[in-house]
Ligand binder design. Structure first.
Ligand SMILES: Cc1cc2nc3c(=O)[nH]c(=O)nc-3n(C[C@H](O)[C@H](O)[C@H](O)COP(=O)(O)OP(=O)(O)OC[C@H]3O[C@@H](n4cnc5c(N)ncnc54)[C@H](O)[C@@H]3O)c2cc1C
Length: 491
């Protein structure tokens, strides 16, 4: 039975963190969006529990932090189990403990508020790509829902149905090793931060009466057939590694994750794009997986909305692949390195000892903290461009005619932003930007010394908070505006 037919601008498959963030950004950019998800609501699985600094900054730049309340924060992170202090400049440094369920609720509420049509209990099983659009069919409570859209974005997780239906190439490494995990009530065991014992690795942390244990036995490959373990498997492995019995505890969740490491060859296949775990599969080491996906969506949302509105050409969508594939490749490489450090046996001890020495050096520590937290991401910039270009706008206080304001607050509307300096050439720069008035806000801004922003140059910022251009010549500004915000209607 065909229950319904819908036309929309963008159909998003998957209402996980990536799909919901994308829906928010598409709506903010004025696109019509329909999100289809087979689940009845936010995940009930025990999954990610960490938001990193860049994701917190992103939520802040859309005014979403207040709704999160004050989650616990810990400056202590790790790189493959080697302790790593995540302290960096800015208000959001550190790991914020937010369960994935809460993140999905937050983004789901926001998407609904912004007018996204989110349909739960709809399983997409058919995708047809045509030259002028995409059709998808989903099985829902009322029968088959057929959707026609201009673009489809697959945010349907690591076992992506869309990837399978379209046959998109997903090269990489098959799982070799795994960590068994259980959330258990009624245990009284010491917390263990990456304790390396003779026979394996043991991790335990108790929060709110629930102990999360994770265990890996050195040299042991993934269990034949994969699948989820029983609590008895976790109990046995824990006993072999630590000598402790946790069998009397009550498991509330048991699973395993492995070290498969794959990335789509292309994040864009014409009118079908991929974001989040649908685009990359990785061990969730250091809590990077969810953050990477949310940041994919944040990069794609404004671009796709601009293309749908007609203000930018399709070439803008290729920058999504260029930028996020490169970030993904780098993150997956650091996760492979962490996998070896974490799950390798005594043979990795010399490398661990060396890394422990290296992270004591400030430059190394900051580099790794920037990588794990996402604040160190810098998209490719033209040779000779200001070092600001490609990096995210630092969270800094500016003096404006309306008073002091944080840079993050100026991004709330999801539009471009031109910060004008207090120089004689500022008027000419403002005039150059006039034709793009519908796309960008122009602000007279005086950065405080030490803010990381120049006082004598204009800074053009994309809606995702990354700097598109910095300089003082009107020609350069026009070129950058044209590249990122399309040709103005009057050009
Ligand atoms: C078991 C497990 C444990 C994890 N633990 C951690 C952890 O401890 N720390 C960490 O940082 N990360 C962890 N992760 C990773 C983290 O959960 C993911 O990186 C994150 O969920 C990715 O977000 P996403 O939006 O890309 O995909 P997902 O969150 O997987 O969302 C995909 C969505 O698509 C929907 N969907 C799938 N197929 C269809 C279809 N055919 N039709 C309609 N809807 C569909 C699903 O219902 C789901 O809602 C874990 C992942 C798993 C699987």
């Amino acid at each position: 039975m065909t229950a319904d037919r819908r036309d929309t601008d963008v159909v998003v498959v998957g209402a996980g963190p990536a799909g919901l963030m994308l829906a928010c950004e598409l709506r903010l950019g004025g696109a019509r969006v329909l999100v289809l998800d087979e689940r009845t609501g936010p995940t009930t699985e025990s999954r990610a529990s960490t938001l990193h600094a860049r994701t917190m900054e992103i939520l802040d730049s859309r005014g979403l932090l207040a709704a999160l309340g004050a989650p616990p924060r810990d400056a202590r992170g790790h790189f493959g189990g080697v302790p790593l202090d995540l302290t960096l400049p800015g208000p959001h440094a550190g790991q914020w403990k937010v369960d994935q369920t809460r993140t999905e609720e937050l983004l789901g509420d926001r998407a609904a508020e912004l007018g996204a049509d989110v349909r739960r209990r709809h399983r997409v099983h058919e995708v047809t790509v045509r030259p002028d659009g995409v059709e998808a069919a989903a099985e829902g409570p009322g029968g088959t829902l057929r959707v026609r859209a201009r673009y489809l974005v697959a945010c349907d997780g690591e076992d992506s149905t869309v990837r399978r239906l379209t046959g998109a190439e997903f090269p990489g490494r098959a799982p070799r090793r795994e960590l068994l995990r259980a959330d258990v009530r009624g245990l009284d065991i010491p917390d263990r931060r990456f304790q390396r014992l003779e026979r394996g690795l043991a991790i335990a942390a108790t929060r709110g009466g629930v102990t999360r244990v994770m265990v890996h036995e050195f040299g042991r490959p993934v269990r034949p057939g994969g699948g989820q373990p029983d609590f008895a498997d976790v109990v046995a492995a824990w006993r072999r590694v630590t000598g402790e019995d946790i069998g009397h505890g009550t498991p509330t969740w048991v699973n395993a994750f492995h070290d498969a490491n794959r990335q789509l060859a292309r994040y864009r296949h014409g009118r079908v794009l991929y974001a989040g775990d649908a685009a990359h599969q990785q061990m969730p080491s250091g809590g990077q997986a969810l953050n990477l996906g949310v940041q994919d969506a944040f990069n794609l949302g404004w671009k796709l909305a601009a293309v749908v509105r007609g203000s930018a050409g399709e070439a803008l969508l290729d920058t999504y692949h260029d930028e996020r594939h490169a970030v993904g490749a780098r993150t997956l490489a650091n996760i492979r390195a962490q996998g070896d450090l974490l799950l390798g046996g005594p043979e990795v001890e010399p490398v661990r000892a060396l890394l422990t020495e290296l992270v004591a050096l400030d430059g190394v520590r900051e580099h790794l903290a920037g990588m794990i937290s996402g604040v160190g991401i810098r998209y490719d910039a033209a040779p000779g461009a200001s070092p600001l270009v490609g990096a995210r706008l630092p969270d800094a206080v500016l003096t404006t005619p309306d008073g002091a304001v944080r840079t993050t607050e100026l991004l709330r509307g999801g539009r471009g932003l031109l910060l004008l300096p207090a120089t004689a050439g500022a008027r000419a720069l403002a005039d150059a930007a006039l034709p793009w008035g519908a796309e960008t806000d122009v602000v007279d801004a005086r950065p405080a010394p030490g803010s990381g922003l120049p006082g004598d140059q204009a800074v053009l910022v994309r809606p995702d908070g990354h700097v598109a251009w910095a300089g003082d010549d009107a020609g350069g500004l026009r070129e950058a505006l044209g590249r990122w915000f399309g040709s103005p209607p009057t050009a």
